[in-house]
Design a binder for this molecule. Sequence first.
Ligand code: SF4
Length: 283
Amino acid sequence: MKKPNVINFHITDACNYSCRYCFANFKMQDLPLADAKRVVDSIVTYFRENGIADGRINIAGGEPLLYRRLDAVIDYIVEKGVKVSIITNGSRLTEERIAAWSDKVSMIGISVDAITPAAEVRIGRCDGCEQVNTVEHLTKMASAIRKAGIRLKINTVVSKINLDEDMLSLYRAVKPDRLKLIYLHVVRYANEWPDTMDLIPTLGEYHAFIEKNRYEDECELVCEGPTDMENSYFMINPHGEVYINCLGIEKKYGNCIYEPLSQIFERLPFDAKKFSLRYEEEV
Ligand code: SF4
């Protein structure tokens, strides 16, 4: 069985946005650097023990750019000879920061669900003052990412709110290397709130969105349907706890600060085939 070579480390649950479907509810604001390093050590040991030479740590959140020690953690991972990627809402990206990551970060994933401010605000993709990511900002950041030699991924969650958004114009402007169109997942004990359930599109609406916004110009398009996340998306939260989405329910399987990750993975109901589809070619 193929062993996971991409590990999602949700380093903080703090975020300046408040998306209605957000999963980040670990109730922990700021992870001490020593603990973040312990989680990294655990992942690196797992890669080494399993002969995984192309291992990558995908730093997510919350919003990882709000985590004050992010650069120290990136440097620590790079020192260990492991690849790093970052998933961000893009609001705190700057050209300077991206340039500084040029030799360190292999991919930056930006989550963008809408281009009209009204839709972004309805989704909750805005700060407390309803400031949203503009297309101009995203285009500028995309160009800085390319200039730095970093791959760009765009994630879009398809919901009732963005069905009529012209996302194709954005994809054409930012030219991602990889585009993921994600059916809004609801996971029990994570984001199963009435406010989220109202946003779930029908399968027909999801497929119509894909057809309308299909962008494949030198870009790998990945469509993540309603059940693709089950048993293939696992993550480590800011406490070092390992969770997997098991048949629509978020379940905890152990803590990698106190127990080797390899041992925890033996208990994980992990679907290697789905995992490969999720991360193949992603660098
Ligand atoms: S930007 Fe991401 S972490 Fe922040 S609220 Fe939205 S989904 Fe959650």
